[in-house]
Design a protein around this ligand. Structure first.
Ligand code: PBG
Length: 325
């Protein structure tokens, strides 16, 4: 009886062999943990659309960041829910804003976690759009100045890295220029370069209370059908001085991660967004999938696709699972 020379199963016979030929691996070093900070104290309020995620006040946030650090997670990214909102999102760049306050406290109390901030106006504007309005349109160029102000105020409060997620054209360049002018030449920019207008952000909008009051984000975020355009976005952000390129979401955009990986030698980040997390949580709660196996498979798939780092709400759980191994 004829058998081919190559038998793929030879190297799958036991876990040691499988470990030897494993092509990609997930490590705690890859994880960035997104966190939501609210005014007040003693608050750790569950987010209903994202089981296991919370709104933290600054004091409880410090504890959460400390335990992430103890798990070996190298970085967190902060989202703020401000006390007040207005047309211009001014609470987003107030020196005593919620993210700024959290940063200065974290900076004092915890010194070995990279503090990244999400730079965007949608959490701070009364209309929930990511920039300022001109009629019912988001005004690209008028927004740039405010984003740069916000990024600068984060750096001044102690951010180690800024991550613009607004998708205005030219924002990376303007943020780089303002940071440099003010002496923050060493603050890297992680650019949400290929950010798609995705329904997978649904659970986050509840977490960040940032649903647009009218319309949607399709005039600034990308059409999920496009990949060549994603590469142009990436080129543009690299030219403007981005240090890390992000693709978002991850799960439905693995091909984009993979193409971006081929096109650039810069570090590539992928954001496994709220909907990816919520779907796994919901199915696991029903007993339909194994949460740990499915989450680790997703994160490993994102690594295989080419990401160097992953923003994921599973960060602390994944760090724990990786430790057990
Ligand atoms: C802010 C921002 C959003 C997310 C990250 N930054 C929401 C949006 O663009 O509507 C989504 C994150 C997630 O769904 O986990 N613009």
């Amino acid at each position: 009886m004829y058998f081919p020379n190559y038998r793929a199963r030879r190297l799958r016979q036991n876990e040691n062999l499988r470990r030897m030929v494993r092509e990609s691996s997930l490590s705690v070093n890859d994880l960035i943990y997104p966190l939501f900070v609210v005014p007040g104290s003693g608050i750790k309020e569950p987010i209903s659309t994202m089981p296991g995620q919370y709104h933290f006040s600054v004091d409880t946030l410090v504890d959460e960041v400390a335990s992430a650090r103890d798990l070996g997670i190298p970085a967190v990214i902060l989202f703020g829910l401000p006390e007040t909102k207005d047309e211009f999102g001014s609470s987003g760049y107030a020196p005593d804003g919620i993210v700024q306050t959290a940063l200065s406290t974290l900076k004092n109390e915890i010194d070995d976690v990279v503090l990244i901030t999400d730079v965007c106006l949608c959490e701070y504007t009364s209309h929930g759009h990511c920039g300022v309005l001109k009629g019912t349109e988001v005004d690209n160029d008028a927004t740039l100045e405010l984003l740069a102000k916000q990024a600068l105020s984060h750096a001044q409060a102690g951010a180690d890295m800024v991550a613009p997620s607004d998708m205005m054209d030219g924002r990376v360049g303007v943020i780089r220029m303002v940071l440099d002018e003010e002496g923050y030449t060493n603050i890297p920019i992680m650019s949400y370069a290929a950010k798609f207008a995705s329904a997978f952000y649904g659970p986050f909008r509840e977490a960040a209370q940032s649903t647009p009051a009218f319309g949607d984000r399709r005039s600034y975020q990308m059409d999920p059908a496009n990949i060549r355009e994603a590469l142009r976005e990436v080129d543009m952000d690299i030219e403007e001085g981005a240090d890390i390129i992000m693709v978002k979401p991850a799960m439905a955009f693995m091909d984009v991660i993979s193409r971006v990986r081929e096109e650039t030698d810069l570090p590539v980040a992928a954001y496994s967004v709220s909907g990816e997390y919520a779907m796994i949580k919901a199915a696991a709660e029903k007993g339909w999938v194994d949460e740990k196996q499915v989450a680790l498979e997703l994160l490993t798939g994102i690594k295989r696709a080419g990401a160097d780092m992953i923003l994921t709400y599973f960060a602390p759980q994944a760090a724990g699972w990786l430790r057990e191994r």
